[in-house]
Design a protein around this ligand. Structure first.
Ligand code: BTN
Length: 248
């Protein structure tokens, strides 16, 4: 992959290999300008949600953006769905493929997870900031054994190699545009997110609890009716959805 060519308000740094693009920006958090982005061709210690590892070989896109939004801290988690919508838009425009979102932050194509998103807050010496990290399996061809039933790449699903440089440029452009909209109106991306979200009406489980997803709330939470009839708004966490992986 080569550096994405794009004109924008803040620098885009390109690295062949870093430990983690999120950590890379975290180390610059005291001085980096709002909007600074880093794109890497591979990561040696890619990080996933819930302390997991995100395997990051060449063939993927590993991208993080540092943001300094002047908003209520309670709004920050909603940057995850905003980033997911940006991924869907970029994949459709560059690869002609339509993705879906599994709440809150997995992007699926043809029933395979092709992207994960990790949004982290940094409270350093400078002004607080947020790092939005996105990993896309563009042309990745191997996955760990345990992920084989769920993971895929854009190329493995569409059968066509993906232009990683064009995709990373489009992703940054979509992210920049959606972030600007989100800053002035947090719910502006909500309808698009709802249309893309695969969870609605499906059977879900969280640990031992089973239920059905009713809706995505105005705060991007997931409204679930449990099998005992009670309802709950989930704001974060791991939700298993029946019949999502492998189904197109
Ligand atoms: C997940 O699916 O659990 C989230 C994965 C997020 C991976 C991206 S790759 C770019 C950025 N740098 C990281 O170390 N993680 C995120």
């Amino acid at each position: 992959m080569s550096a994405p060519y794009i004109e924008r308000r803040a620098p885009v740094l390109y690295e062949e290999c870093v430990d983690s693009t999120n950590l890379f920006l975290r180390r610059m958090a005291d001085s980096a300008a709002d909007g600074t982005a880093v794109v890497a061709a591979s990561q040696s210690a890619g990080r996933g949600r819930l302390g997991r590892t995100f395997l990051s070989p060449e063939g993927g896109i590993y991208l993080s953006v540092l943001l300094r939004p002047d908003v209520e801290p309670s709004r920050l988690p909603t940057l995850t769905p905003v980033a997911a919508v940006a991924v869907c838009r970029a994949v459709e425009s560059v690869c002609g493929a339509r993705c879906k979102i599994k709440w809150p932050n997995d992007v699926l194509l043809g029933g395979r997870k092709i992207c994960g998103i990790l949004v982290e807050s940094v409270l350093g010496d400078g002004s607080p900031c947020v790092i939005v990290g996105i990993g896309i399996n563009g042309n990745t061809s191997s996955f760990p054994e345990e992920l084989l039933p769920i993971a895929g790449s854009i190329a493995s699903v569409t059968g066509e190699r993906c232009d990683l440089q064009a995709l990373s440029a489009a992703l940054l452009q979509e992210l920049d545009a959606l972030y600007a909209v989100w800053l002035s109106d947090g719910s502006a991306v909500l309808e698009e997110y709802r249309r893309l979200c695969i969870n609605i009406g499906r059977e879900v489980s969280v640990g031992e609890r089973r239920g059905q997803t009713l809706a995505v709330g105005d705060d991007y939470s997931l409204l679930v009716r449990w099998s005992d009839g009670s309802e709950e708004s989930l704001c974060f966490g791991e939700v298993s959805v029946r019949g999502v992986y492998g189904s197109k």
